[in-house]
Design a protein around this ligand. Sequence first.
Ligand code: IPD
Ligand code: CA
Ligand code: CA
Length: 265
Amino acid sequence: MTPHGLLELATTLAHDAGTLAFEGRKAGLNDVGTKSTTTDMVTEYDRASERLIVDRLRTLRPNDAIIGEEGASVSGSSGIEWCIDPIDGTTNFTYALPNWAVSIGVADSEGPLVGVVHIPPLGETFTAIRGEGARLNDYPISCSTTSEISQALVCTGFSYAAHQRTIQSARVARMIHEVRDIRRFGAASIDMCYVACGRLDAYFEENLHPWDIAAGALIAREAGCRLGDFHGGPLHPAESLVTTPLVFDALSAMIQRASAPTDNN
Ligand code: IPD
Ligand code: CA
Ligand code: CA
């Protein structure tokens, strides 16, 4: 299957799983549980969305590997791996806030190949194929041209573990006066897509998982963003920094300054 064929399949799966979850949410939630901490929620629609995607892939692409947040773990022989976040932004989904997405990334031996982030309540689908640019609802997108960190609208996220949030929020408090403003929308895949299309100038978060970044990072890269960790290395789930290129170095330095121990900690 060509990359375009994989993108078409990933988009169909994201739309169908998104419709299932969105319609189900309107009918009401019956089963809201927790996972790693009491604030890390999971609903019946996180599981149903992943089940729909995995069942279809097992039929249509039986030799592909699959990994999903809600437990999917299938090995494959084709060299293609699917990485699924069936609902990214479950807290927003649970509260009927619109910022949640179905995120599907497809990788081959060279890395991320195809990405789809579909946001059902907004009717927005971000897509990318490696080397072919990024799109929003089929229109090409690119990141902002902001060059001054003081003018940058910066988004971040907070981990589910309380002790990590304390550290992360203290860091943000040390940075907020040096940037235009800070946002926390609650879905990592969407945050990266918002940098990709210029709705944000930068995004950083730590302690993410592969499914949080599998699609969004490719979409951001293809839209012209610069990606990395906080210290100049390559981006990885444990440390993700995604910016319009000209503010990357300043924000990376700012995060490191704001993370340094002070007399109070
Ligand atoms: C979470 C969201 C959130 C981020 C968390 C993620 P989930 O994913 O992307 O924005 O701050 O770190 O775990 O649990 O809603 O799929
Ligand atoms: Ca997620
Ligand atoms: Ca999720």
